[in-house]
Design a protein around this ligand. Structure first.
Ligand code: HEC
Length: 145
């Protein structure tokens, strides 16, 4: 009886803790782009791109413009430039171009253009990540490291 009670209490505490953690990670982090690491910037990007998808799905152009502008701004953040190679700069420029296209589509209240820009933006996330993985693999396989 007593043991069961403790199991219940433990489960309840765990549930509250999990909910608290979920809420914390869901809340907008109080970060300025300038002092954020690449990882933190990426988490922000994920959040804003999810916000953009929500805005497109709900045809909320002001929400879309807001998220697109945040994404474009993030491409100028310092941490973002931490691994500068010509290729990385190209991927960054491409990412910014699609974020700007998304913003323009929001201002033009053009849902089709927004959908295309969102798709291209997502592709640019994936291409840069693929490129980064490739770089890491090359580094890992090269002798003397
Ligand atoms: C120009 C390159 C580039 C683009 C574009 C890019 N990323 Fe990333 N992303 C990175 C790099 C580099 C890392 C690895 C960060 C690290 O581990 O330090 C990363 C890691 C991540 C992570 C994992 C972060 C973590 O906690 O480990 C997420 C999530 C992510 N990116 C989301 C996105 C999303 C969403 C987009 C597009 C809207 C995007 N990224 C576009 C370069 C890019």
């Amino acid at each position: 009886m007593r043991a069961k009670f403790f199991v219940r209490i433990t489960l309840a505490v765990a549930a509250v803790l999990a909910a608290w953690l979920a809420l914390r990670s869901g809340a907008a982090p109080a970060l300025t782009a300038a002092d954020a690491s690449t990882q933190e910037i990426m988490k922000l990007k994920l959040g804003y791109s999810q916000g953009a998808l929500q805005a497109i799905a709900m045809e909320d152009y002001s929400l879309l413009a807001l998220n697109a502008q945040k994404l474009s701004k993030l491409s100028h953040a310092t941490g973002w430039h931490s691994r500068q190679t010509p290729e990385y700069q190209l991927f960054t420029a491409e990412f910014r171009r699609h974020a700007d296209a998304l913003n323009k589509a929001a201002r033009d209240t053009n849902l089709d253009a927004a959908t295309v820009a969102y798709f291209q933006l997502t592709l640019s996330c994936v291409s840069c990540h693929k490129y980064m993985r490739g770089v890491k693999t090359v580094r890992l396989n090269s002798p003397g490291r």
